[in-house]
Design a protein around this ligand. Structure first.
Ligand code: PNS
Length: 161
């Protein structure tokens, strides 16, 4: 069985992430979406909330599992015995950071962990969780960026509506 890990902050999941999730889940037998519990960052949504949002947003996809992790991705992947990481590339600006991470993970894993890049569908190439949160914080319309229930949760965090 071919399994891949799609790691990220997912604070919160956007249509851009969901596009990658759907396409990766079509290729792999199982996709583990792994939410980083980063103690150095203050996310809008707790790790438990982010996991629950992802579970709800992917409930129609049978071969998906949502988990959280902390620490190094290579250690987590080794623990799961998974050798493929999935990441999305929106634009050239993502490339340098993603290449560095992919090379580092390959090195740290003793060349056992590869990263597979999906080019984000064009209509989502401008999207990021950060932008969505900023728009929503000013009461702007994020309905084209995230599922409706996620939009409501973001507005709720900002005390809007
Ligand atoms: O959604 P993001 O914030 O772009 O995801 C970044 C993520 C979670 C993939 C990356 O920060 C990560 O893997 N963090 C875990 C710590 C780690 O392994 N760092 C070394 C990678 S070079």
């Amino acid at each position: 069985m071919k399994t891949a890990i799609y790691p990220g902050s997912f604070d919160p999941v956007t249509y851009g992430h969901l596009d990658i999730i759907r396409r990766a889940a079509d290729i792999f037998d199982e996709l583990i979406i792994s939410v980083l519990n980063n103690v150095r960052k203050t996310p809008l949504f707790s790790v438990e909330e982010r996991v629950k949002i992802l579970e709800d947003a992917t409930k129609d996809m049978p071969n998906i599992r949502i988990e959280s992790f902390s620490g190094l991705l290579v250690d987590y992947a080794r623990e799961k015995d998974v050798h493929v990481i999935v990441r999305g590339l929106r634009a050239i600006t993502d490339f340098e950071y993603e290449l560095q991470n992919a090379q580092t993970n390959r090195l740290l894993s003793g060349e056992e962990l590869d990263t597979m890049f999906f080019t984000t569908s064009l209509q989502y190439s401008y999207l990021s969780s950060t932008t969505v949160k900023e728009i929503a914080s000013y009461g702007g319309d994020v309905s084209g960026c995230v599922p409706e229930f996620v939009a409501e949760l973001i507005y709720g965090k900002f005390g809007i509506r």
